[in-house]
Design a protein around this ligand. Structure first.
Ligand code: PGA
Length: 256
């Protein structure tokens, strides 16, 4: 992380876990244990139906609420979907876009991710855009090209003044929920590549202001080493965000 130029952000991704009552209990615990947040921004990305509860529970804290997905259209006949304006109106600050589980199980393409990014920014939300390679792609040696392409596609048409509002999360698919973490060097190498890609598109000042997270089995034990890397500006945390002591330990690592 490099606090001089950009925010360190620790975001929990609850995925499809926790009913509103279970989530309330978890947030009450997290609120207590996280204590004073010094340097970093802390976000809990909860299921849609938990959002009103989370906003109430975190009202007087510095922990922000995020969503895990949204539709790219402003409104209309899209049964079952939720728009960026609906999230913004509630008080949601962040929205995860293009998580690998959405890409894999719900067919989200780079083009769709781009539409969602543009809609989220338009509504005043901060998108957390996920990019990452599969193990076969890493083994084929195409990780760099693939990630650069995902980043370019996600950012297509994003105006210069909005890029700083975005967060990019590098999440190697082989590390998500597997207990297998990228090494600190692997994580930094790709986060650096993401920054270089943004630099080519928008220049050095913008690139150094963008928060780039690592995600994939980040936990209480490995967080410090990953966050000590110069281009790793935080974490997107799945499994470990569902346990208050583990999530708190990661926030503390970012607070060092
Ligand atoms: P994990 O999930 O921490 O459980 O690997 C990360 C994510 O999917 O964002």
């Amino acid at each position: 992380m490099n606090r001089r130029y950009r925010k360190t952000i620790i975001a929990g991704n609850w995925k499809m876990n926790k009913t509103a009552s279970e989530g309330k209990a978890l947030l009450d615990e997290i609120k207590q244990s996280v204590g004073k947040i010094k340097w970093c921004e802390v976000v809990c990305c909860v299921p849609f139906v938990d959002i009103p509860m989370a906003l109430r529970a975190l009202k007087d804290t510095r922990i922000a609420v995020g969503a895990q997905n949204m539709h790219h259209e402003a409104s209309g006949a899209y049964t079952g979907e939720v728009s960026a304006a609906m999230l913004k109106d509630l008080g949601v600050k962040y929205v995860i876009i293009g998580h690998s589980e959405r890409r894999e199980y719900f067919g989200e393409t780079d083009e769709l991710v781009n539409k969602k990014v543009l809609a989220a920014l338009e509504a005043g939300l901060h998108p957390i855009v996920c990019v990452g390679e599969r193990l076969e792609q890493r083994d084929m040696g195409i990780t760099h090209e693939l990630i650069a392409m995902q980043v370019k596609a996600a950012l297509a048409g994003v105006p210069q003044d909005k890029v700083r509002k975005m967060v990019i999360a590098y999440e190697p698919i082989w590390a998500i929920g597997t207990g297998r973490t990228a090494t600190a060097e692997q994580a930094n190498e790709i986060c650096e590549l993401i920054r270089a890609t943004i630099r080519k598109m928008y220049g050095a000042r913008t690139a150094r202001a963008v928060t780039i997270q690592y995600g994939g089995s980040m936990n209480a034990k490995n967080a410090s080493e990953l966050l000590a890397q110069p281009d790793v500006d935080g974490g997107l945390i799945g499994g470990a965000s569902l346990k208050a002591p583990d999530f708190t330990a990661i926030v503390e690592a970012a607070n060092q």
